[in-house]
Structure formats: C-alpha cells, structure tokens
Design a protein around this ligand. Structure first.
Ligand code: GTP
Ligand code: MG
Length: 138
C-alpha cells in the first residue's frame, strides 16, 4: 500500500462539499487515514506550492489557498498516488473525465477543489509538512 497527500481546497469547504468529495475518495477504494481542517497561512501555502513560485498564477494560487479553510488528508491504498490523480481528474475541470472530483465539483482551473501529490517523494514531503506520525492512523 501507498500513501498520498490530499487537500480539499477552499472552494470545497466554502460550498460545504467536503463530505461529497470524501464519498468519491472512499468509493474509489482510498482510505482516509488522517484528516484535519485548518486555515493555511500565507507562509504555509507559499512553502507548499514553492515549485510553482515562478509561475504567473502563483500569487493568485496562494491567495486562493488562504482564502478559507482547507481539509488536509492522508489517503492510503494500492497505488494511492496515481489512483488519486485519476480520481481527481485533469487540473482544468473543463478537461476532466466524467465522474472525477474536478469534473463533478470544480469551478475553474484555479479553484479546482482538490490537490493530490504527483510522486512518492512529493507525497512524503507534503505529508510531513502537515502531519506527525501519530496523527496518521491506518
Ligand atoms: P495540484 O494537485 O493542486 O498540485 O494540481 P495539479 O498537479 O493538477 O496541477 P499543477 O501542479 O500544475 O498546478 C497546481 C495548482 O495551481 C492547480 O491545481 C491550480 O489550482 C493552480 N493552477 C494551475 N494552472 C493555473 C492557471 O492557469 N491559473 C490559475 N489561477 N491557477 C492555476
Ligand atoms: Mg501539482
């Protein structure tokens, strides 16, 4: 089994959709083994998305991610990283496949409901940014 890191973004909490998104996650066979609702600071959001700091949308991205509460999660399952990327769908909801989280719920490429790690190294770094070992209960 593998673990991945997930964020239900501020557009999900604002529209009271965290349970609906979690239902899609669980239906796909991923287990939510850690979860908490937090409000990201600007510094936390900048650190988290540091890889995108040179992109033109970086300021907008940080502003959005700090615009309301998020739910940070650790998901566990067979091939969890790739599976969750599949379950989320394409970054731009206009290109996302039927039944994916972003197709079902996302409003725009910026406000796209969910984050999922894109590689094992990223998952480890991202999980460690938000969870201590004893907060993850498999
Ligand atoms: P994450 O799981 O959130 O990392 O999304 P991703 O891996 O599908 O996409 P990527 O890492 O390339 O981009 C990170 C995030 O930046 C996206 O999820 C969007 O929220 C945001 N983003 C990407 N492209 C754009 C854009 O053109 N405009 C805006 N406003 N935001 C963007
Ligand atoms: Mg990404």
């Amino acid at each position: 089994v593998q673990r991945t890191f997930s964020i239900l973004k501020p557009d999900a909490t604002r529209r009271n959709l965290t349970g609906a998104v979690n239902a899609v996650i669980e239906k796909a066979g991923l287990r939510i083994v850690a979860q908490k609702r937090i409000h990201l600071t600007k510094a936390q959001a900048e650190t988290f998305y540091a890889v995108h700091s040179a992109r033109p949308f970086f300021g907008e991205l940080v502003e959005f991610m700090t615009s309301g509460p998020v739910v940070v999660q650790v998901l566990e399952g067979e091939d969890a990283i790739a599976k969750y990327r599949d379950v989320m769908g394409a970054t731009n909801p206009a290109n996302a496949a039927e039944g994916t989280i972003r197709k079902l719920f996302a409003e725009s490429v910026g406000e796209n409901t969910a984050h999922g790690s894109d590689a094992p190294e990223a998952a480890a770094v991202e999980i460690a940014q938000f969870f201590s070992g004893n907060e993850i209960v498999g």
